[in-house]
Every structure is written in C-alpha cells, then in structure tokens.
Design a protein around this ligand. Structure first.
Ligand code: SF4
Length: 340
C-alpha cells in the first residue's frame, strides 16, 4: 500500500483536458461575526468529463450545502476556496457571469419536485424558462422543451406543456425537474436526492433514465444522496462526507468491497445486501452532531468504535492510498491486506 501526500483522486490524476470540475479547499460558514458556524471545511475533489460521482452522508453532513455552493445559490454563506469549472473560478465571477453558468455550465435538479416546481405555472413555461432567460426566442425554447421532456420519457410532451404540477405523478414530476436542469445542455448535472420521495420501482426508472442520458450526452453527474443502494446502481466514484468534511473518496467497487473509513463502514453495514441476513444490519451508532457542536479532532470520534486519544484531539488529514483518499488516523490498519 502506498501512502502519500498530497491527496490524489482518480479525477486528479486525469489530465487537465479531462478535468471538468476541480473544487479546492472549499469552506462554507454562516452566521454573523462572533456566531459563525462552519458548515463545510476544506473540501477538495475533482471530476473528469462524463464521470458520475455520488456525494453521500447523513443529513447535516454538508453535502447539499457543498453542491449549492458550487452554483452560489445561497446569498448568505461566506464561501472560501476555489471552484474551477473548466479552469474558470466560479467564486471569482460577478453575478451576471454566474447567471450564465447556472443551467448552461452546471444544471441543478432540486430535491423536492413539489417545492422546486411552481404549482400555478404550466410546466412547459417552467421547463422553457432557463432558455428564455438566456434570450432564446419563445418558439425555439418551446421546441427544446418538447424535445427534452420527450427525451426524459414524458409521453405526449407537446400536449402536456400546458399542464400543471398537480396533474403529474411523482415520477413524472421528477422528470420535469430534470428537464429544467438539462434544457440548457449543461456539462455537469447536480442531482440532489433525485429519487428520495419515489417508490422503489419509480426510483429505479428515474436512475435508469439518468444513466441513459448521462451516457448519451457524455454528461458528468454529481449525485447527492444518503442512499447507498442508489450509489451502487449509479455512481462510478463515491465521496463520503461527515460533519462538513470529506472523509473518503474511492471508486464505487473498491468502496463497497472494502470501505476504509469507519464511518463509511458503518454506512455500508446499515444497507440490506443479498449476501447478508437482515439481522446482520447495523446502524451507525449514535447520532450526527450539528456543525455548531462539532467535536474536536476527528468529528466522528464520539461515534467511532476505533477512536483513540489522538482522534479526540487531532483532525485527521486526507491521505492517499493508491487511487483512494481517506481522512482517518487509522486508515493504514483499516486498509491493511486489501488491494488499493
Ligand atoms: Fe475513528 Fe479515529 Fe479514524 Fe476518526 S480518525 S474515524 S475517530 S479511528
């Protein structure tokens, strides 16, 4: 096993020509001076063109905040670091330039379709909006809306442009949300919990659809989810977040074969698998703490069965183990004997 610093992920090893997104030392804090809360701390990762990456973690781990920061969707948080999309730092752009990136550079499909969609506006108008805002003539935007809805499996799209959200099923609503995110042909799609509210059958249909579109368009996808089953069926690489920090970055097969970080191990032990009895499922012990009460050292130490005195006082650095990165003082022991 090779251990080295600085951390290197598969995406980082790719040539710059292949790198689509590079996030460097991203930190996000909220609140007035004196009462600042650090939501995200020093997150680094890259994505190559066409790559499907899952960003996973429990509620409050910072995954959605991180994704929203890439598009600077929230006005209040103070964001530091660099977010390079094809080498262009999005955090250095003015608001007008940033508006050009939203939708065309990076499209975002929001979590809750009922909240993301306007109940009193016909869905056609909502899907067309990203193009209309860019000055695309209405007739052309309308034609693109029909095409993208059809691509997403909405039958009779032309006739349904005048329909309202309440006339669509949960699965169809999610397709409309994806259509809004994809109509301006972004290079990167951020999909925030795109299947959470759907039943298992519809969930798989939406994932299959996303899979086909990503393949056809050579689209990079950053999928935010807390569901490791969704990760297994869609992603090529996994970024695991805990309490605002990235704690593991690995190819999906390697991660499922042998998670190194004790938190990742806990997440995987909690999901049903065909090779395991239900009574072998174990939830991650304890509860996540809010960012305002983040423990010292490794934030996972109060829940970690392997914690040592060092864990309570020193934040573990992210280190490379071949093509994997892990932030844990005991990563060598945890990965010992496993191919990296
Ligand atoms: Fe557990 Fe320590 Fe590793 Fe944190 S650094 S995950 S507390 S062993």
């Amino acid at each position: 096993m090779s251990v080295g610093v600085p951390a290197v992920s598969p995406a980082m090893l790719a040539s710059d020509v292949q790198t689509l997104l590079r996030v460097e030392d991203l930190s996000i804090r909220v609140g007035p001076p004196g009462r600042r809360v650090q939501l995200v701390l020093g997150v680094d990762f890259s994505m190559v063109r066409g790559e499907r990456v899952a960003l996973v973690g429990e509620s409050g781990s910072g995954k959605s905040v991180t994704a929203r920061a890439l598009l600077r969707l929230d006005a209040r948080p103070a964001i530091e670091g660099r977010v390079l999309l094809q080498g262009r730092d999005l955090l250095a752009l003015n608001e007008r330039e940033m508006a050009g990136v939203r939708g065309a550079g990076i499209g975002m499909a929001f979590q809750d379709a009922m909240t993301a969609l306007d109940p009193i506006m016909p869905i056609g108008k909502q899907v067309m909006e990203p193009l209309v805002l860019r000055g695309v003539p209405a007739a052309q935007a309308r034609q693109r809306a029909i095409e993208v809805l059809t691509e997403l499996g909405v039958a009779h799209a032309q006739e349904r442009l005048g329909a309202y959200v309440h006339e669509f099923s949960g699965g169809m609503r999610q397709r409309v949300v994806l259509a809004m995110a994809l109509i301006a042909q972004p290079q990167l799609l951020i999909a925030d919990e795109p299947t959470t509210a759907l039943d298992v059958r519809i969930q798989q249909q939406v994932l299959n659809l996303l899979d086909e579109i990503a393949e056809r368009r050579k689209l990079s996808v950053l999928l935010i989810t807390h569901d490791m089953g969704v990760v297994a069926s869609f992603a090529e690489r996994v970024l695991v977040m805990y309490s605002g920090r990235l704690v593991e970055d690995a190819a999906v097969d390697a991660l499922f074969a042998q998670p190194f970080h004790p938190y990742t191990q806990g997440l995987l032990q909690a999901i049903p698998r065909v090779d395991r009895n239900l009574d072998q499922l174990v939830a991650v012990p304890g509860l996540p703490v809010p960012p305002s009460a983040r423990p010292s050292g490794c934030a996972f130490h109060p829940r970690c069965p392997l914690a040592t005195a060092q864990c309570a006082s020193e934040v573990p650095a992210m280190r490379s183990f071949g093509m994997r990165r892990v932030a844990c003082h005991r990563a060598e022991e945890l990965g010992a004997g496993h191919a990296v």
